[in-house]
Design a protein around this ligand. Structure first.
Ligand code: MN
Length: 263
Protein backbone atom coordinates (compact mmCIF):
# COMPACT_ATOMS: atom_id res chain seq x y z
CA UNK A 1 0.00 0.00 0.00
CA UNK A 2 1.63 3.20 -1.12
CA UNK A 3 -1.07 5.80 -0.51
CA UNK A 4 -2.19 6.78 2.97
CA UNK A 5 -4.81 4.37 4.33
CA UNK A 6 -8.39 5.55 4.60
CA UNK A 7 -9.41 6.67 8.08
CA UNK A 8 -12.67 5.03 9.11
CA UNK A 9 -14.52 6.44 12.12
CA UNK A 10 -16.36 3.73 14.05
CA UNK A 11 -19.28 4.68 16.28
CA UNK A 12 -18.78 3.52 19.86
CA UNK A 13 -20.71 0.99 21.92
CA UNK A 14 -21.26 2.02 25.54
CA UNK A 15 -20.97 0.27 28.88
CA UNK A 16 -22.55 2.40 31.61
CA UNK A 17 -21.57 2.34 35.31
CA UNK A 18 -22.27 -1.11 36.70
CA UNK A 19 -21.05 -1.94 40.24
CA UNK A 20 -21.07 -5.67 39.39
CA UNK A 21 -18.37 -5.13 36.75
CA UNK A 22 -14.98 -5.82 38.30
CA UNK A 23 -13.06 -3.42 36.10
CA UNK A 24 -14.11 0.24 35.67
CA UNK A 25 -17.33 -0.60 37.57
CA UNK A 26 -18.33 3.01 38.34
CA UNK A 27 -17.19 4.31 34.93
CA UNK A 28 -18.71 4.70 31.47
CA UNK A 29 -16.81 2.91 28.69
CA UNK A 30 -16.78 3.55 24.94
CA UNK A 31 -15.70 0.48 23.01
CA UNK A 32 -15.57 -1.30 19.68
CA UNK A 33 -16.04 -4.99 18.97
CA UNK A 34 -12.74 -6.55 17.89
CA UNK A 35 -13.81 -8.24 14.65
CA UNK A 36 -15.19 -4.91 13.34
CA UNK A 37 -11.80 -3.24 13.74
CA UNK A 38 -10.08 -6.25 12.17
CA UNK A 39 -12.46 -6.34 9.18
CA UNK A 40 -11.60 -2.73 8.34
CA UNK A 41 -7.87 -3.45 8.63
CA UNK A 42 -8.19 -6.70 6.63
CA UNK A 43 -9.15 -4.49 3.70
CA UNK A 44 -6.38 -1.97 4.24
CA UNK A 45 -8.07 0.92 6.08
CA UNK A 46 -7.47 2.25 9.59
CA UNK A 47 -10.32 2.12 12.12
CA UNK A 48 -10.72 4.73 14.85
CA UNK A 49 -13.25 4.94 17.65
CA UNK A 50 -15.24 8.19 17.51
CA UNK A 51 -15.59 9.89 20.91
CA UNK A 52 -18.66 11.77 22.06
CA UNK A 53 -18.85 15.47 21.30
CA UNK A 54 -17.30 17.82 23.85
CA UNK A 55 -17.54 21.57 24.47
CA UNK A 56 -14.30 21.94 22.53
CA UNK A 57 -15.27 19.60 19.67
CA UNK A 58 -18.68 19.45 18.06
CA UNK A 59 -19.86 16.27 16.29
CA UNK A 60 -19.03 17.90 12.96
CA UNK A 61 -15.45 18.63 14.17
CA UNK A 62 -14.99 14.99 15.15
CA UNK A 63 -16.29 13.70 11.86
CA UNK A 64 -14.00 16.03 9.90
CA UNK A 65 -11.14 13.76 11.05
CA UNK A 66 -12.48 10.71 9.24
CA UNK A 67 -13.11 9.71 5.64
CA UNK A 68 -16.22 7.70 6.39
CA UNK A 69 -18.57 6.66 9.19
CA UNK A 70 -19.05 3.00 10.13
CA UNK A 71 -21.95 2.33 12.50
CA UNK A 72 -21.27 -0.83 14.48
CA UNK A 73 -23.75 -3.23 16.02
CA UNK A 74 -24.60 -3.75 19.66
CA UNK A 75 -27.44 -2.74 21.96
CA UNK A 76 -31.04 -2.17 20.91
CA UNK A 77 -32.26 1.26 19.90
CA UNK A 78 -34.56 2.98 22.34
CA UNK A 79 -38.16 3.03 21.06
CA UNK A 80 -38.17 6.67 22.26
CA UNK A 81 -35.93 7.44 19.28
CA UNK A 82 -38.82 6.58 16.91
CA UNK A 83 -41.65 7.93 19.04
CA UNK A 84 -42.74 4.77 20.86
CA UNK A 85 -42.77 3.51 24.43
CA UNK A 86 -40.85 0.29 25.15
CA UNK A 87 -43.32 -2.62 25.14
CA UNK A 88 -41.14 -4.40 27.71
CA UNK A 89 -38.54 -2.90 30.07
CA UNK A 90 -35.84 -5.12 28.53
CA UNK A 91 -36.46 -3.49 25.12
CA UNK A 92 -35.70 0.02 26.43
CA UNK A 93 -32.47 0.12 24.41
CA UNK A 94 -29.74 2.71 24.58
CA UNK A 95 -31.08 6.23 24.08
CA UNK A 96 -27.73 7.82 24.91
CA UNK A 97 -26.03 5.91 22.11
CA UNK A 98 -28.94 6.59 19.74
CA UNK A 99 -28.55 10.35 20.17
CA UNK A 100 -24.76 10.17 19.74
CA UNK A 101 -25.06 8.11 16.54
CA UNK A 102 -28.02 10.01 15.06
CA UNK A 103 -25.95 13.21 15.36
CA UNK A 104 -23.05 11.43 13.62
CA UNK A 105 -25.30 10.30 10.75
CA UNK A 106 -26.67 13.79 10.17
CA UNK A 107 -23.17 15.30 10.31
CA UNK A 108 -21.85 12.66 7.89
CA UNK A 109 -24.59 13.30 5.34
CA UNK A 110 -24.12 17.08 5.71
CA UNK A 111 -20.37 16.67 5.10
CA UNK A 112 -20.91 14.13 2.30
CA UNK A 113 -18.94 11.47 4.18
CA UNK A 114 -19.99 7.92 3.23
CA UNK A 115 -21.90 5.94 5.88
CA UNK A 116 -21.94 2.14 6.29
CA UNK A 117 -24.27 0.63 8.89
CA UNK A 118 -24.01 -2.89 10.33
CA UNK A 119 -26.95 -4.54 12.14
CA UNK A 120 -27.90 -1.96 14.76
CA UNK A 121 -26.28 0.49 12.32
CA UNK A 122 -28.97 -0.34 9.73
CA UNK A 123 -31.66 0.23 12.33
CA UNK A 124 -29.99 3.46 13.46
CA UNK A 125 -29.70 4.80 9.90
CA UNK A 126 -33.40 4.06 9.38
CA UNK A 127 -34.44 5.81 12.60
CA UNK A 128 -32.10 8.78 11.98
CA UNK A 129 -33.99 9.29 8.70
CA UNK A 130 -37.41 9.07 10.35
CA UNK A 131 -38.18 5.34 10.09
CA UNK A 132 -39.35 2.95 12.80
CA UNK A 133 -38.48 -0.53 14.06
CA UNK A 134 -40.05 -3.71 15.32
CA UNK A 135 -39.12 -3.62 19.00
CA UNK A 136 -39.11 -7.41 18.88
CA UNK A 137 -39.58 -9.27 15.61
CA UNK A 138 -40.83 -12.49 17.20
CA UNK A 139 -43.74 -10.93 19.10
CA UNK A 140 -44.63 -8.19 16.60
CA UNK A 141 -44.43 -10.01 13.27
CA UNK A 142 -46.54 -13.13 12.96
CA UNK A 143 -44.77 -15.95 11.16
CA UNK A 144 -41.33 -14.43 11.56
CA UNK A 145 -38.42 -16.84 11.58
CA UNK A 146 -35.77 -16.77 14.29
CA UNK A 147 -33.26 -13.97 13.62
CA UNK A 148 -31.32 -14.18 16.88
CA UNK A 149 -30.31 -16.99 19.18
CA UNK A 150 -28.11 -16.23 22.18
CA UNK A 151 -26.32 -19.58 21.97
CA UNK A 152 -26.05 -19.99 18.18
CA UNK A 153 -25.19 -16.29 17.85
CA UNK A 154 -23.45 -15.71 14.48
CA UNK A 155 -23.78 -19.38 13.53
CA UNK A 156 -27.50 -18.73 12.98
CA UNK A 157 -27.91 -18.23 9.21
CA UNK A 158 -30.72 -17.59 6.74
CA UNK A 159 -31.06 -17.01 3.03
CA UNK A 160 -31.10 -13.52 1.56
CA UNK A 161 -33.43 -12.34 -1.21
CA UNK A 162 -31.66 -9.49 -2.98
CA UNK A 163 -33.85 -6.98 -4.84
CA UNK A 164 -32.99 -7.16 -8.58
CA UNK A 165 -31.45 -4.16 -10.35
CA UNK A 166 -29.88 -2.72 -7.21
CA UNK A 167 -26.18 -2.15 -6.49
CA UNK A 168 -26.33 -5.04 -4.00
CA UNK A 169 -27.67 -7.34 -6.74
CA UNK A 170 -24.84 -6.25 -8.99
CA UNK A 171 -22.30 -6.82 -6.20
CA UNK A 172 -23.33 -10.47 -5.89
CA UNK A 173 -24.57 -11.15 -9.44
CA UNK A 174 -21.97 -13.92 -9.85
CA UNK A 175 -23.57 -15.96 -7.04
CA UNK A 176 -26.78 -17.95 -7.45
CA UNK A 177 -27.36 -18.47 -3.72
CA UNK A 178 -27.18 -15.76 -1.07
CA UNK A 179 -26.93 -16.56 2.63
CA UNK A 180 -26.05 -14.43 5.67
CA UNK A 181 -25.72 -14.71 9.43
CA UNK A 182 -28.40 -13.23 11.66
CA UNK A 183 -27.98 -11.77 15.16
CA UNK A 184 -30.86 -9.33 15.72
CA UNK A 185 -34.27 -9.38 17.41
CA UNK A 186 -35.28 -5.91 16.23
CA UNK A 187 -35.90 -5.07 12.59
CA UNK A 188 -36.75 -2.22 10.23
CA UNK A 189 -40.49 -1.54 10.10
CA UNK A 190 -41.41 1.71 8.31
CA UNK A 191 -38.64 3.07 6.10
CA UNK A 192 -36.78 6.32 6.76
CA UNK A 193 -36.82 9.11 4.18
CA UNK A 194 -35.27 8.19 0.82
CA UNK A 195 -34.21 4.71 1.94
CA UNK A 196 -34.68 1.88 -0.54
CA UNK A 197 -34.76 -1.82 0.36
CA UNK A 198 -32.07 -3.88 -1.37
CA UNK A 199 -32.55 -7.22 0.42
CA UNK A 200 -35.02 -9.11 2.60
CA UNK A 201 -35.16 -12.41 4.41
CA UNK A 202 -37.19 -14.56 1.99
CA UNK A 203 -38.96 -16.42 4.81
CA UNK A 204 -40.61 -13.45 6.52
CA UNK A 205 -39.77 -10.36 4.42
CA UNK A 206 -37.70 -8.78 7.20
CA UNK A 207 -35.58 -6.01 5.68
CA UNK A 208 -31.93 -7.00 5.54
CA UNK A 209 -30.33 -4.16 3.50
CA UNK A 210 -31.14 -0.52 2.73
CA UNK A 211 -29.57 2.27 0.73
CA UNK A 212 -30.11 6.03 0.77
CA UNK A 213 -31.42 7.04 -2.67
CA UNK A 214 -32.53 10.67 -2.54
CA UNK A 215 -34.21 12.16 -5.59
CA UNK A 216 -32.64 14.91 -7.65
CA UNK A 217 -29.16 13.47 -7.91
CA UNK A 218 -27.26 12.45 -11.01
CA UNK A 219 -23.73 12.22 -12.30
CA UNK A 220 -23.26 16.01 -12.06
CA UNK A 221 -24.65 16.07 -8.54
CA UNK A 222 -23.95 12.69 -6.90
CA UNK A 223 -26.14 11.51 -4.03
CA UNK A 224 -24.70 11.06 -0.53
CA UNK A 225 -23.58 7.47 0.15
CA UNK A 226 -25.31 5.54 2.92
CA UNK A 227 -25.77 1.77 2.84
CA UNK A 228 -26.57 -0.64 5.65
CA UNK A 229 -27.03 -4.35 6.22
CA UNK A 230 -28.84 -6.19 8.99
CA UNK A 231 -26.34 -9.05 9.08
CA UNK A 232 -22.78 -9.06 10.47
CA UNK A 233 -20.11 -9.32 7.75
CA UNK A 234 -17.44 -8.60 10.38
CA UNK A 235 -18.25 -11.83 12.24
CA UNK A 236 -17.75 -14.01 9.16
CA UNK A 237 -14.80 -16.21 8.55
CA UNK A 238 -13.49 -14.88 5.20
CA UNK A 239 -12.81 -18.49 4.16
CA UNK A 240 -16.43 -19.53 4.74
CA UNK A 241 -17.92 -19.71 1.26
CA UNK A 242 -21.38 -20.70 2.58
CA UNK A 243 -22.00 -17.02 3.39
CA UNK A 244 -21.88 -13.95 1.15
CA UNK A 245 -18.33 -12.76 0.59
CA UNK A 246 -18.01 -9.80 2.96
CA UNK A 247 -15.35 -7.93 1.02
CA UNK A 248 -17.49 -6.20 -1.66
CA UNK A 249 -19.56 -4.44 1.00
CA UNK A 250 -16.57 -2.72 2.56
CA UNK A 251 -14.99 -2.16 -0.86
CA UNK A 252 -18.06 -0.30 -2.14
CA UNK A 253 -17.91 1.93 0.96
CA UNK A 254 -14.19 2.57 0.39
CA UNK A 255 -14.82 3.26 -3.32
CA UNK A 256 -17.45 5.85 -2.37
CA UNK A 257 -14.84 7.55 -0.16
CA UNK A 258 -12.22 7.49 -2.88
CA UNK A 259 -14.60 8.86 -5.51
CA UNK A 260 -15.17 11.87 -3.27
CA UNK A 261 -11.44 12.40 -2.74
CA UNK A 262 -10.87 12.47 -6.50
CA UNK A 263 -13.65 14.93 -7.33
MN1 MN B 1 -31.83 -11.67 9.86
Amino acid sequence: MTSKPLRIGISACFFYPDPSRRVFGPKTLLYAEQSMMRWVMDQGAMPFLIPESHPNFAVSDLLEQFDGLLLQGGSDLSPTSYGEEPLRPEWSGDLHRDLYEIALVHAAIAQDKPVLGICRGAQLLNVALGGSLYQDITTQLEGARLHRDAVMYDTLHHDLAIVPDTPLAEMYAHLSHHRVNSVHHQGLRTLGKDLRVEARCPEDDIIEAVRLVPAGHGSANPAPYAFAVQWHPEFQDPQDTALLDRRPILQEFFDAIQQRASR
